[in-house]
Design a protein around this ligand. Sequence first.
Ligand code: PEP
Length: 254
Amino acid sequence: MKTIHLFANWKMYLGYDESNILANALIGEVRKMPPAINIALFPSALSLYSIALNLKETDIAVGAQNAYWLDKGGYTGEVSVGMFKEVGCRYVLIGHSERRHVFHETNLEVRKKVEAAFAEKIMPVVCVGETKEERNAGKTEEVVEVQLRAAFEDLNLPSDTRFIIAYEPVWAIGTGDACDPKEAERIHKEIAKITKSLLSDVNFSILYGGSVRAENVADYLAGSHTDGVLIGNASAKLDTFKGIMDKAAQFAAK
Ligand code: PEP
C-alpha cells in the first residue's frame, strides 16, 4: 500500500488558540489512522511552534506555509527555512497559488526557496497549477512544465532526496469547483514524466489540491500517480477534516 499524505493547509483561517485546539483534537483522531496515512499540519507561522512542541511525540508532522530563502539578516517580516526547521518543521509549502497570485511570487523566488529547502534538508512541497484562463487556452501542461522547470531544472541533488509536488489548479482552490479526478490524475502523470526528465534518481510524491472534501477524496486517491491530497478549507474544521481522514482510512483498508 502506498503512503497516503493528507496535508492540511490552514492558511490564515485560524488564530493561535483555534489552531492549538484543533491540533490537540486531532491527536486522538490520528492515532486511529492506519500506518499508511501520513498527516501533516501547516498552521500559521505564529501557531506553529507551540503545535510542533505539542505534537513532538505523535505521528503528526508540522510544516510551514511559506519561508524565505536566506538564512538570517535584515528581512523584516520574513522567517527562513532554517528557522522553521529549528522549531520542528518537516515540510515547507513553496509556491502555493495564493503566494504566486496574491503576493506575486515569481518562479525565480520559488526556485530560491526550493534550493533553500533542499540545503536545509526540510522537505519542499512545491505547488504548481494553472489559472482558469490558462486551462481554457489549452495551456495547462505548458504552465505546469514551466513551473516545474523553474523549480527543479539543473539541481544537483543526492540520490536519496525526497520531495513533494502538489498539483493545485488555481481555479479549484477555495471555490468548491474541484478538478475532475481523472483529469487531475492525467496531469499528475504528466508531472511525473516531466519531473523524472529533469531530475534522475530522486523520490517524489504527487498530491492533488483544490476543493477536496470527504465526498471526493477517495476518487483522487484511486489515481496511480496520486499519493495524497493537500486540503485547505475542509482541513481547518475538525468534522470536515475527520470526514476526509475516515474516507482515506477506508481507502487504505481496501
Ligand atoms: C489549498 O489552499 O491548498 C487548497 C487546496 O484549498 P481548498 O482545499 O480550500 O481548495
